[in-house]
Design a protein around this ligand. Structure first.
Ligand SMILES: [Zn+2]
Length: 295
């Protein structure tokens, strides 16, 4: 059991929106204990959208949240930073519909947040402890969570591509591991998919500055990969961000095989419906019923 954390002071970050191509201003503000992560659209009458599985509105290519018709997209990289750095309460103000993509990784967010510092709050944080395995399958994809002391993600990806084919990595989610092994891993996409997305008016801000782009045979970017297995590392980062939408830290081992945003969110919903498979650990000890958690 640890204390809750927020930011020590405000952080301003400006960058391109992946889908709109617009410059977006993001302001991260300290928030009181028990707030959670709340997105605020300053361009839409300060509409608030809570980072929660109940706010998920779309999981195609990125995770989009919405509340009362107001959306916020590409949230998963920023959310992965908050989980890994154990920052529980933040207001994320945006003057546009998505979190800036930066260089396609989570590293620029980590750098700015570490410069600003983290503030302890005088209240403990409950966590959800997995006690029995929970599995979600769909075709060749599968994601499971099993009991584990702490949080661990093992991810396997498999593509028919001469450069990477299969990659597999298992890693304990600690602040140190996240900063050195996961945060620098960039988004990647296939040129053929990007062309389809462009024709639908999406990824207007996408470029070789913020994604690794692959053709059927090679990488288009001139700069080198940051890790030999950068792709699977980025997938772990995405999974971590999605899983944070549970709203409480999870103690468990996530084992994902060819899963993406859609399956990650399905796992969260199944966790919430499987009350015999977890307990909430709080100051009052372990309880099998979570108050305020609904699928
Ligand atoms: Zn991603």
């Amino acid at each position: 059991m640890r204390l809750q954390n927020t930011l020590r002071r405000e952080v301003h970050i400006r960058g391109t929106g992946l889908h709109t191509g617009r410059q977006i201003n993001m302001r991260l503000r300290p928030a009181p204990r028990d707030t959670g992560i709340v997105f605020i659209r300053t361009d839409r009458s300060h509409a608030e959208i809570k980072a929660s599985v109940t706010s998920v509105s779309d999981t195609t290519f990125a995770t989009t949240l919405a509340s009362n018709g107001v959306r916020v997209g590409t949230v998963e990289h920023l959310l992965s930073v908050f989980v890994a750095l154990q920052i529980d309460n933040v207001y994320v103000e945006l003057d546009g519909p998505e979190v800036p993509i930066m260089d396609g990784s989570a590293l620029p967010f980590v750098t700015r947040i570490m410069e600003c510092g983290i503030a302890r709050q005088a209240k403990t944080l409950s966590y959800l402890k997995i006690t029995k395995p929970i599995v979600v399958k769909e075709g060749e994809s599968q994601i499971a969570i099993t009991p584990y002391d702490g949080m661990r993600i093992t991810q396997r990806i498999h593509y028919r591509h001469p450069l990477f084919g299969e990659q597999r990595l298992g890693i304990d989610i600690t602040e140190k591991n996240f900063i050195t092994e996961l945060a620098p891993a960039r988004t990647f996409g296939f040129l053929k998919d990007i062309e389809v997305l462009r024709s639908r008016g999406l990824v207007r801000g996408g470029s070789l500055e913020n994604a690794i782009v692959l053709t059927e045979r090679e990488i288009v970017n001139k700069d080198k990969l940051r890790f030999k297995d950068e792709f699977v590392r980025h997938k772990i980062l995405d999974t971590l961000g999605d899983i944070s939408l549970l709203g409480l830290p999870i103690h468990g081992h996530i084992i994902a095989n060819r899963s993406g945003h859609t399956l990650n969110i399905k796992l969260l919903k199944k966790i919430l419906l499987s009350d015999g498979c977890w307990e909430i650990v709080s100051d009052n000890g372990a309880e099998t019923q979570a108050i305020g958690l609904t699928a």
